[in-house]
Design a protein around this ligand. Sequence first.
Ligand SMILES: C[S@@+](CC[C@H](N)C(=O)[O-])C[C@H]1O[C@@H](n2cnc3c(N)ncnc32)[C@H](O)[C@@H]1O
Length: 256
Amino acid sequence: MAWNPELYGKFKKERFAPFEDLSGLVNVRDGLDVVDLGCGAGELTGRLSDMLPDSRVLGIDSSPEMLKQAAPRTRPGLDFKLLPIEDVSGKWDLIFSNAALQWVPDHKKLVPRLISHLRPGGQIAVQVPSNHSHITQLLIQETAGEEPFRSALGGWLRHSSVLNITEYAELLHVNRCSGITIFEKVFPHILENAGSVLDWLSGTMLIPYFSRLQSPLKEAFRDAYLKKLEKLYPGGPVFYPFRRIFFSGFRDGGSA
Ligand SMILES: C[S@@+](CC[C@H](N)C(=O)[O-])C[C@H]1O[C@@H](n2cnc3c(N)ncnc32)[C@H](O)[C@@H]1O
């Protein structure tokens, strides 16, 4: 799945806003071993590193395109590595992830596995989008279910792996976390028009559809979806509410 750092970065202000909420949950201490899962272009990994004096922060990501952007940010205490989240190993004082775990399946297995890589008192702090039931996302599935796209995709549809906030709370509790904080927040974005909504989603949710379609079907899919968006949002600006889940906990009774 090919990520496009330029397209993803187009809505930087809106996409970076949740980082403020997530980093606000981090228990700031000196000298931590930190991993940022799905670090992307690494700008926010750098900001995380700035917050944590004398810490060793490692950003990991499975996209060579994103990591190419991150590489120049490397400095003492801040490194980047091409590695899938599924392969994370070792022991960490902080496992951090902003807007990336939604790409990894089966959170009921993933979250306990991540917690098992925390040192006692270590913290997991995660933000995942939970906007999958928004009309703009349902229309992606509707388009993918129509011909000729349905046949070209072999009936494939992307289903969200994101759980609800109660399920994350239970997962953290059952896996011996304390100091649990979980909330869901709506970010009230204002976008210019239907085309801007398409651009937003082209940088994330549409990528797996685009990567499964060849030209000219890829462009036809994009146009068919844009038509639906234009019907939904005939003018501008567009109010585009975006839900995100934040969760944090400390392994084995560590305190917040
Ligand atoms: C929406 S971007 C978020 C980037 C960064 N954390 C931020 O907040 O700006 C999601 C990132 O997750 C990465 N990603 C998706 N699936 C992954 C996986 N299984 N392992 C590692 N990285 C993954 C993508 O390559 C992409 O860079």
